[in-house]
Design a protein around this ligand. Sequence first.
Ligand code: NAD
Length: 499
Amino acid sequence: MADRHMLAINTIHAMGGEDLGHFIGGASVAGAGPSFEVIAPATGDVLGHARDATLDEVNAAVAAAKAAFPAWAATPANERRKILNRVADLIVARAEEIAAVECLDAGQCWRFMSKAAIRGAENFRFFADRAPAAADGQSLPTADHVNFTTRNPIGPVAVITPWNTPFMLSTWKIAPALAAGCTVVHKPAEWSPYSARLLVEIAAEAGLPAGVFNAVNGLGETTGKALTEHPDIKAIAFVGESSTGSAIMRQGAATLKRVHFELGGKNPVIVFDDADLEAAADAAIFMIYSLNGQRCTSSSRMLVQRSIYDNFVEKVAERVRNLKVGDPFDPATEVGPLVHQRHFDKVASYSAIALEDGARIAAGGYPVGGKGFFFQPTLFADAEQTMRIAQEEIFGPVLTAIAFDDEADAITKANDVQYGLAGYVWTSDVGRALRVSDALEVGMVWVNSENVRHLPTPFGGTKASGIGRDGGDWSFDFYMETKNIALARGTHQVPRMGV
Ligand code: NAD
């Protein structure tokens, strides 16, 4: 444990984390903008500082991405494949360091981060191996023309990411962009900037040409805004809050940016009385309390059929009281701290809101106390859909239980939120599983399962949860322009005018 903590400290020190600048055109750049503190969530201590990129620095990063674009887009896809596979190899080689940095910087638990780093490598490998097929199109012939489509990389793109699982999420966006032949300027979240620096350095070491992948640090309203308004950025891949997505859409409107948004969620896990209740409880607990509850696909609303409601809620409450909260570096820890004092204050405020609105606190509901931003895993019970705890994304280890009467009531309640990212259905009735899945207004449904990601499948949300899909060919479609080419067979008569 102490060794891994030391490893994270040393890794951050080696990247210049006391005063972290940017990575532009293949080289480290000391930032000239104001610096901000980076805090360790488990202690509240200052880990180091990072610089808010100036407009000149954002312009330099975009200029580097623009200059590198023609050569990278023209690089044979097989060569791109090799380089990106080397990135994956180096991620694996440094997986322990990456996981340790995530634990220290983002407060995520070791038991999950050691796997998340490896998943980052898998993301690179998956898209690397698909690079040779990225430009493939379709043949759509008619009697007089042969139509065929081609795809070309759209140009330099901006990738803007949040702090919840910073490394893994970044790879998910950056790997397909690079595989498609785009160049990238990445802006990681200001509360967890360090693993992004590791990624850009690893990519350079793997042989990615200078300028193909750049990283700038900074705040959303300054660096992020400048990036999204830049005329040479052709598309924005954004993961974060729904309100930030709206702001980015406005910022990018003047330059007609293509946007891909993965936003917030208030995802229902629906438990019918005929379900495997042991497995349903396991999944509901895992999906909300792992990753410290800071997970976009968390099952933050537990809808339980009234006939089993009391027993099931008590069963879950017992387990929630039993969760092991503590040092994220301890492999036994199940729930770590929230990422930042500001986020902690937001999450903590919901206990009073729950009671005021008439819900019951069945477990937790209070700060752990001592150093760091730890909040006791919490279960709000007997809630109604109208309550704020049933409507708002809390994004912490906080679950809201709501009773429902029948299939129709479950569907109505599940859909009665502004969000529409994921839904989880637990039942042994196949027909009902299909009917409910069809009716849910979400981008993804898991039946009798927690969120198990399969990279070729589409990932994304509806309503206020997002625009667009990631995964498989959906990712390439976003980062590429499709062109149709129609070749006449010489069999048709061109209309004649002014003869
Ligand atoms: P956030 O929206 O506050 O910030 C995300 C990123 O956007 C940060 O890098 C931030 O600096 C930047 N940003 C903020 N304002 C900006 C602006 N005006 N212009 C450009 N960039 C700006 O989100 P967060 O608090 O870091 O992350 C938590 C949110 O992310 C939650 O809502 C969560 O549900 C969501 N999330 C969604 C998914 C998904 O796949 N749907 C995955 C993970 C997280």
